[in-house]
Design a protein around this ligand. Structure first.
Ligand SMILES: Cc1cc2nc3c(=O)[nH]c(=O)nc-3n(C[C@H](O)[C@H](O)[C@H](O)COP(=O)(O)OP(=O)(O)OC[C@H]3O[C@@H](n4cnc5c(N)ncnc54)[C@H](O)[C@@H]3O)c2cc1C
Length: 522
């Protein structure tokens, strides 16, 4: 088994590469994969860990661009729909799934607003068709009667329910899992991926790094630098200024809204065309989001939701369901930071919302900054950034190939569904869901790293926590995880519910110790 190239710290870091990538969120991981698959030598670093920043706090949707269509931004909408199709049908069918969602036509939704929502879904379907995505992947929208809506979403409040619109979009297995899989694919292609490696200073030719584990520093010579540091990108170049805004989600247990398998758009009272989304998740949870609050002052490492945001989301959603929702139903809450470009070179003195589109900015220092966009469009963002970096540094690189380059473990969705249906146990089926065609690789790696039995590795970590032990070992052998937080907060998402996290900490510590022991014995 080839050892992973995703490692922590700077030991053995190459002294000279073609491209240094700063940041290993979805954007930086995408840039690393794009550059290495064009034949360039790549070092990609993160000050903390893979998916440490905004990329793990999203709504986990693969958007088709409906929101942009509504505001007349047809180009961005089309780009989103194309990238959604690439992810769902070619590069990551194993990490994405079609998500049905309903817009209930309740008393809170006026007839004109309902008609607008229905027209929006039809427009979204036109985008799907224009992007060449099959209706087998994302079925056509349709109007539901009140009885059909109740059958599909039993917990809905039924008084005044006239019916619903049913539409389809893409959903990720998990956002951090997408980032980790992109990084692993880049590493498999030969990119050097380093966590706990902070960039202290960067020019277009040189990057000064600090090993966040040992404190040691290193200088790497490079031919170009791509800054993909998200909301922190402005710390590294003088001419890009960002002001973040916070988006908060709640986590509810599945039994809070028992029987609900579809996403629900809950209308925000008094506003046209603004909804709070209730999103079912694979591990028996719902996420409820989203807020949009400006963040003043220094950008925090991890944003914290406020009680006001939690109360707002709960109140809006509660109005759509028969069962009252209370503060005690909220078992977790998380927030991500979206970038606002503050008077950047492109925008003169204006402020631009980069959560809609992305920007590639080449600084006077020669550093190419890529910021904004979405998880959905990461591939296109990476292509644009590498094109700019290659052009400005005069590099000899091949064309972009990522639109047809499957991510590690990719396989047709139907094939994986068949494998999952015939899997010997729930643990094996779960590995297929999380790693696609690499499920066997994950189990084999876990067997070698732990010395445990297959049955033990396929067992859940604890009561009520479906993550199996093999996931922790694979995270260490192939995904660069080095501590409890990597395991619980980014390779798995147990950490989104603090009570579950507390329950899982001993398991993570045990897996870390077992992995170190077998490595020492070898
Ligand atoms: C609340 C919310 C919900 C969203 N939901 C969706 C959704 O459902 N679907 C969708 O498509 N998009 C969604 N988005 C958009 C998407 O999440 C972001 O566009 C994307 O995650 C940004 O990724 P990034 O890699 O640019 O930044 P980040 O993920 O923040 O990555 C930046 C990385 O840079 C590292 N870094 C910073 N400084 C340094 C340094 N000096 N040296 C080394 N490393 C450094 C950080 O540690 C971090 O890991 C959402 C955004 C928000 C805010």
């Amino acid at each position: 088994m080839r050892p992973t190239r995703i490692t922590a710290g700077l030991a053995g870091v190459p002294k000279k590469v073609d491209v240094v990538v700063i940041g290993l969120g979805v954007t930086g991981a995408g840039v690393a994969l794009d550059a290495v698959s064009r034949g360039l030598s790549v070092l990609a670093v993160d000050a903390h860990d893979l998916a440490f920043g905004t990329s793990r706090f999203s709504s986990k949707l693969v958007h088709g661009g409906l929101r942009y269509l509504a505001s007349g931004e047809v180009g961005i909408a089309h780009e989103s729909a194309v990238e959604r199709g690439i992810l769902m049908e070619t590069t990551a069918p194993h990490l994405t799934r079609p998500l049905p969602s309903i817009i209930p036509l309740s008393s809170g939704v006026s007839r004109p607003m309902g008609a607008l929502a229905g027209a929006g879904l039809v427009g979204g379907d036109l985008l799907r068709r224009a992007a060449g995505t099959s209706a087998d992947t994302l079925p056509r929208p349709r109007r539901l009667s009140a009885a059909e809506a109740r059958r599909l979403a039993p917990p809905l409040r039924t008084d005044g329910l006239r019916g619903a619109h049913l539409g389809w979009d893409g959903q990720l297995e998990d956002d951090a899992r997408l980032v980790t899989t992109i990084a692993r694919t880049a590493a498999d292609q030969g990119a050097h991926i380093r966590t706990r490696a902070r960039v202290l200073a960067a020019s277009g030719r040189e990057v000064r790094l600090r090993d966040e584990l040992s404190g040691a520093s290193a200088t790497v010579t490079t031919r170009t630098v791509v800054n993909a540091a998200g909301v922190w990108a402005g710390d590294l170049v003088d001419d890009v200024r960002l002001r973040p805004s916070r988006g908060t989600h709640l986590v509810l247990r599945a039994d809070t809204l028992a029987g609900l398998d579809v996403a629900v758009f809950a209308p925000v009272p008094g506003e046209t065309n603004r909804f709070v989304l209730v999103l079912p998740q694979p591990d028996g949870q719902f996420y409820v989001g989203l807020t949009d609050e400006p963040v003043d002052g220094p950008v925090p490492d991890v944003a914290e939701p406020t009680e006001v945001e939690i109360g707002f989301l709960l109140d809006v959603v509660a109005a759509s369901f028969a069962r009252p929702l209370r503060r005690a139903d909220v078992v977790g809450a998380f927030a991500g930071l979206r970038p606002l470009l503050d008077g950047g070179p492109e925008d003169g003195d204006s402020t631009a919302d980069l959560s809609r589109r992305h920007a590639v900015l080449t600084s006077r220092s020669g550093v190419v900054t890529i910021v904004g966009g979405k998880l959905t469009t990461y591939r296109r963002m990476a292509e644009d950034a590498v094109d700019a970096a290659v052009a400005s540094a005069g590099l000899d690189a091949g064309p972009c190939v990522t639109a047809t380059l499957p991510l590690a473990g990719a396989a047709p969705r139907t094939l994986l569904a068949d494998r999952s249906a015939t899997a010997a146990d729930r643990g094996s089926a779960r590995l297929i869901r999380r790693y696609g065609a690499d499920a066997d690789l994950a189990l084999t790696a876990a067997l070698t790293a732990s010395g445990w039995s297959e049955a033990d590795l396929l067992a859940p970590l604890a009561d009520g926590i479906p993550t199996v032990w093999a996931e922790l070992f694979f995270a260490m052998t192939h995904e660069g995880a080095v501590d409890v937080a990597d395991l619980l907060d980014r390779r798995t998402r147990i950490g989104l519910v603090p009570a579950d996290r507390a329950l899982a900490v001993p398991a993570a510590e045990r897996a870390l110790a077992a992995c170190m022991k077998t490595a020492g014995d070898r």
